[in-house]
Design a protein around this ligand. Sequence first.
Ligand code: NOJ
Length: 751
Amino acid sequence: MKKYQFILVPVLILALMTNVKLIGQNRTIEEKVDSLLAIMTLEEKIGQMNQYNGFWEVTGPAPEEGDAKQKYEHLKKGLVGSVLNVKGVDEVRKLQELVVSESRLGIPLIFGYDVIHGHRTMAPIPLGESASWDLKAIEKSARVAAIEASSVGLNWTFAPMVDISRDARWGRVMEGAGEDPFLGSKIGIARVKGFQGDDVSAYNTIAACAKHFAGYGFSESGKDYNTVDVGTSTLYNIIFPPFKAIVDHDVKTVMNSFNILNGIPATGNSFLQRDVLKEKWAFDGFIISDWGSGFEMIAHGFAKDLKHVAELAANAGSDMDMESSAYVKHLKTVVEEGKVDIRKIDDAVRRILKVKYELGLFDDPYRYCNEKRESELIGHKDHHDAVLEMAKKSIVLLKNEGQLLPLAKNQKRIAVIGALAADKNSPLGSWRADAIENSAISVLEGLEKYSKNITYAKGADVITGSATFINELTINKTDRSGFQEAITLAKTSEKVILVLGEHGFQSGEGRSQVNLDLPGVQQELLEEIYKVNQNIVLVLMNGRPLTIPWAEEHIPTILETWHLGNQSGNAIAQVLFGDYNPSGKLPMTFPRNVGQVPIYYNYFNTGRPGPIDLVFWAHYTDEKNDPLYPFGHGLSYTEFEYTNLQIDASDNNVIKVGVTVKNIGKVTGEEVAQLYIRDKVASVVRPVKELKGFEKFSLEPNESKHVEFTLTSKELGFYDQEGNFIVESGTFDVMIGTSSQKGLTGSFERQ
Ligand code: NOJ
């Protein structure tokens, strides 16, 4: 089995006067890695830097025609360090056995997969989970995903995506934590903790991957894979912080990205990978390229051919090559020609082997292959309980005028309208790993558990035909044949629950859009129903912020439910009938109009913030400046009152700010108190607001709580144009409240 041990014996007896036992025991991982490295050929080293896709699943276009036979030969020769998209104990074991028993050194493979929001049991999409602002719940959700993924032989997830995104046109906003670096950092840390646990070598934890380094969320015009051109201020203060935060929390791997950043493709970018990540931040795990991102440097006009790709990527510090085959085909020659120093190869391989040791793969390459665990754990009831909790916490009550919600349990004649209400597939969302098609509880199923007085009419489909992860969708823009039935039903019902929004595959990779309105004929359907019955609860399902100004103006109650995963319908029903009081807050601004995008709360003031009577100020002549729903917004069935803002700035290093929050409504509820600051005058202009603290807590009616935050230099400082972290004295404004737009304000002087 562990051939490398036998080969090590003579080498180490000679060189180290030791024996095989000592290799496995009483030696640090670094020493073991060095011993192994010492007996590896250049080809074997490069093999560790090569990752192949499994042969039957595709999450991107194959850069070269997949040559399964050659891949198989490479596996046997030890020319593959990792595979992705192979899952299931049986399949994983087969490949691992092949490599461990056939290759000269038998170095085990590491098996990666996109476990983004659950493996078999789907939790809400990450943007949805982020709306909970509940770090414990998010950590638990990632833990559940890791338990399931590790039970099917996987030991590495390509998550969390910590790309900050301000542009809802970009389909991948569903995969991240939204627009804010502070919230994004906390959520990133929670996810890494959940995946990796306290001991990454445990059989039920997996290595995490911070992606995509860097700037991928800032693609021009929200088009996936597009150019990224950002200044140092945004790079250091907005894009980098979540990566830095999780590197500091020992994330084992980082993925680079498809985009060029200020002219240099991320995969060939040594400023990003070597200077910042590996040197400045002392990241000691390994960097994987994105799918074929090495190869794509040719299209970018940065590399002339695949050999050049190998040279550029290896020199820039991209340690493992996902599906470009650049390293396996050309790196040896490039090294022999002296274009890449062997020390760079050794560094990359050391990093990869280290993570494999940390995962325990050298102790037991089949550590994650246990049929019993696989059959017992996959889709376990406890996992469904956990994702149900997560789903409820992810729901955001955007509007509740006239207290249409919660519904009374004895509510008569409820109409449920909209194809998404009966959809058991869409709620699973994009990036659904190994979810079973149509396995979500639909809204209709959830509601039917509560009431017998429910009648359903589809109204209109969101898409025509079927939808898959890799194909384009066709939005239904013409078929209104179901309108009449829905209108008739609405007329005779007391209340209408309209479930509208996006199909689960409308967001995700390659799903950029120029239009953020309700897709297809759904807006028309909404307006037609409104004409006959205004008691509408609009339940939105979507993977990105939508532009719904008409709904905001006319519809009394709007509930944001994202794509909530397997327990979607149960979670939504519990909220609609008041068994769960919604507490989510938006992690991303909702624009009024797509023309406002990118729109985000932590913008900079212009020199002409206005408003003034003349036309010469920073505004649109045909739309308001402010968003439809701001970052941090989210209502509850109860109400919270903020009073008594206290600021104690007597100690420059530990400034204390606090408020009293009271539940002045009739039911128990959870609130997220949010602290924002503004550095009024700085050597580099600071945003009008920056989130620097939040706390989520529950209050009974009439109960109050004093919430206190501490501001240290960490929260008050920022990165200057050279990337140095500095803290300046001066006046700071403070706001603590229920959203980024509503709260108590004060200020203090930092000496
Ligand atoms: C491309 C995506 O950008 C990345 O996030 C993902 O992990 C890989 N494909 C692998 O599927």
